[in-house]
Structure formats: structure tokens, C-alpha cells
Ligand binder design. Structure first.
Ligand code: FPP
Length: 231
């Protein structure tokens, strides 16, 4: 969800103003997924690296997350949304962390949309924490180290119970992944758009989906194999 800061700067407003506008775009994206039957949406709201931003911006973002949780969780629950925060949650202030846990507990049984909000998240952190869990399982004698392969590691990654990511959208004009879901996007189609996140509205989402619909997903096979369903 890149571009909040630039969106605000264009309006001669502080960066936090852009994050507030970004929050509206988040709401719109969730409603869009519910309407279109998209079963999982994962948003990169705060990276492990974002702590390095100016203190007032970090505080404004934390305040915004807290308020959004207070305001939105009941409605999302009513719509059958399962909320999950993924990332190292221990780093957040107790009030915020406990609200995050509360939202996850309350909505745990919902099935309409899996809404994953990555906070204090990094793709490398995710792989490292999975490796650490796997190492503990080896130490406990539950797994034979000689048999480790990608199928042994993957259950320990965040979002392991969801299908792999189909589509990855980055707004704001940069063409990089920036340590988001690294493992999970191995075969994802990627859509880069110059649209700043607060401007990512229904038309922009439709446009992105049309781009996705035009892709041929080969998963390492040839076009001919895909066309005939062979292999
Ligand atoms: C990146 O844009 C955006 C963020 C670091 C924060 C994302 C947060 C929101 C969209 C707020 C609401 C989210 C939830 C889940 C309630 P940037 O600040 O890096 O923009 P820039 O590249 O233009 O400076």
C-alpha cells in the first residue's frame, strides 16, 4: 500500500493525512473483495523496517491502527471477515497488541474473507521464524533433519493454511517487492501501478484484475501443456 506520503505531499499536508486517506482505500479494497468473492486479502500495513521512520509518523500510524480496530472490527465480523495480524506482534504496545489478539479471536471462525494484515512483518523474518520452529521440531525428535525439504518448512510459515498468493499488487510506482511475502509469492502474478494507495479505488482494482485475467499462469510448464491440460 505504497504512496500515502506522496499523496499527502501533493496536497501540502503531513504524511499522517495520507495514511488517513490510505485507510479509506483499505476499507474500499476489503469491500471490493467481499463483493467479488475474493477469498483472501493480505495487506502490508507496517514493515519491520518502518520503525525507522520519524517517531511522530510511527506514533500516528499506531494510533490509526488502534482507532481502526476499535471502529471496524464489529462490522468486519458481521460481514464474515476473518482478521489475522501477521508479523512479530510482541513489539507493539500492550493495548494495541491485545486489541489485535481480540480481533483475531473474535473473528477466528469466519470464512467469507481471510483478511491478513501484515504488521512488523518482513518476508525474511517469516522464513527465519519458520526455520527456527522447524529446528525446534528437529531438536524434539519430531522431524528427521535429513528429510527436510520445502514441504517440511512451509507449514511453519505465516499464512501456511491459505493457498499460495495468486496476485500481488504494489501501488505507488516502485517496482520491487520490498521484503513482503517472499516465499508465498513464488508463482504470484505481479501488478505494479503508479496509482498512489489512497487513489486505489474500485476502478483501479478492476483494472488490476483485468490485467491478472490476461496472464497465462504456467507454473514452470509450457504454453502447449497448459492449453491441453497435459502434464
Ligand atoms: C506506505 O506508504 C504506507 C504505509 C507504511 C502505511 C500503510 C497504512 C495504511 C494504508 C493505513 C491504514 C491501514 C490499516 C490496516 C488500518 P508511504 O508512507 O511509504 O508513502 P510514500 O512512499 O509516498 O512516502
Amino acid at each position: 500500500m505504497d504512496g500515502n506520503g506522496r499523496w499527502a505531499r501533493k496536497r501540502l499536508r503531513p504524511r499522517s493525512f495520507g495514511h488517513h486517506a490510505g485507510q479509506k482505500a483499505v476499507r474500499n479494497a476489503i469491500e471490493f473483495c467481499l463483493r467479488r468473492g475474493i477469498a483472501a486479502l493480505t495487506l502490508f500495513a507496517f514493515s519491520s523496517e518502518n520503525w525507522q521512520r520519524p517517531q511522530d509518523e510511527v506514533s500516528a500510524l499506531m494510533e490509526l491502527f488502534l482507532k481502526a480496530l476499535e471502529r471496524e472490527v464489529d462490522e468486519l465480523h458481521g460481514h464474515g471477515v476473518r482478521i489475522r495480524f501477521v508479523g512479530e506482534l510482541a513489539a507493539f504496545a500492550p493495548a494495541l497488541a491485545s486489541r489485535m489478539r481480540g480481533a483475531m479471536d473474535k473473528t477466528a471462525a469466519n470464512t467469507k474473507l481471510a483478511l491478513n494484515i501484515a504488521v512488523n512483518y518482513g518476508g525474511r523474518w517469516d522464513i527465519a521464524q519458520a526455520a527456527a520452529q522447524l529446528a525446534r521440531a528437529v531438536q524434539a525428535g519430531e522431524i528427521d533433519a535429513a528429510r527436510i525439504d520445502e514441504h517440511t518448512l512451509s507449514p511453519y510459515l505465516c499464512l501456511a493454511e491459505l493457498p499460495p498468493v495468486d496476485f500481488f499488487i504494489r501501488t505507488g510506482g516502485e517496482q520491487r517487492v520490498s521484503n513482503f511475502l517472499l516465499w508465498q509469492i513464488a508463482y504470484a502474478e505481479i501488478h505494479f501501478t503508479a496509482t498512489l494507495w489512497p487513489d486505489f479505488d474500485t476502478a483501479a482494482f478492476e483494472h488490476a484484475l483485468a490485467d491478472y485475467a490476461g496472464r497465462e499462469r504456467r507454473f514452470g510448464k509450457t504454453s502447449a501443456q497448459i492449453a491441453t491440460g497435459a502434464g
